[in-house]
Design a protein around this ligand. Sequence first.
Ligand SMILES: Nc1ncnc2c1ncn2[C@@H]1O[C@H](COP(=O)(O)OP(=O)(O)OP(=O)(O)O)[C@@H](O)[C@H]1O
Length: 239
Amino acid sequence: MLAKHGSRRWESTISGYHDTPPTSRLQACELSVFRGERLVLDDISLSLAPGEAMILHGANGSGKSTLLRVLAGLRQADGGHVLWAGSDIAADRAAHASRVAYLGHQDALKPGLTLRENLHLACVLADTAPDEAIDAFALQPLADLPARLLSAGQKRRTALARVAVSQRPLWLLDEPTLGLDTHAIERFGHVMADHRTRGGVIVATTHVPLPLDDTRSLVLPDLAAFPLSGGHDTEGLSV
Ligand SMILES: Nc1ncnc2c1ncn2[C@@H]1O[C@H](COP(=O)(O)OP(=O)(O)OP(=O)(O)O)[C@@H](O)[C@H]1O
């Protein structure tokens, strides 16, 4: 358990996140997104129940990061909707932001703050303590070093620890294992399994295998292979 006992977001008996009752579900319905003139996502639908995980596959440029950002509410789709528990996330963006832990390609650490200090704000927002996540990613010996002194893999572990302490039910992870060694990947697998056991949902992009069991998979076609007009003959994708 990564939350402090008695926190707002954690029920003290083994249970799950407060805002992921069994009826909560992430859904994307017929999403389409243009980047500039180019249609990048066309008619993408998905549906994930609490505890489920999905891996997004596809060639470079096929729109995996774009889809994650739309699911996070960081980018608006040009068509279609994203729903959480049946409600359009556009109806209350602040509420959606408070349930999402988003990790992009950048680790977004403050270089002058220590590892532990970098976790502090997420801990305050979630009313959690950092120690269990620090342990989960074997970061104890580094906890009081400024982030600027960490290696690439150590920074990535710290960014993943920040996701873990967030106590957010929806994890959207863009190539989360970038730079991780095999031990760190294994540890990350345990953290993801724990998240799912508590009803958390994961959508992750990756070009390498992730330590996740029983995942759904969505392969995005590379629409750059089609004319700029967006006129192409692929079927809409639905998972
Ligand atoms: N700011 C932008 N303006 C216009 N097009 C963009 C912009 N950013 C990205 N794109 C285009 O959007 C498409 C999808 O990019 P995206 O980053 O979502 O792909 P990806 O599948 O995550 O790629 P990768 O596997 O390389 O990380 C690409 O063709 C890219 O060139």
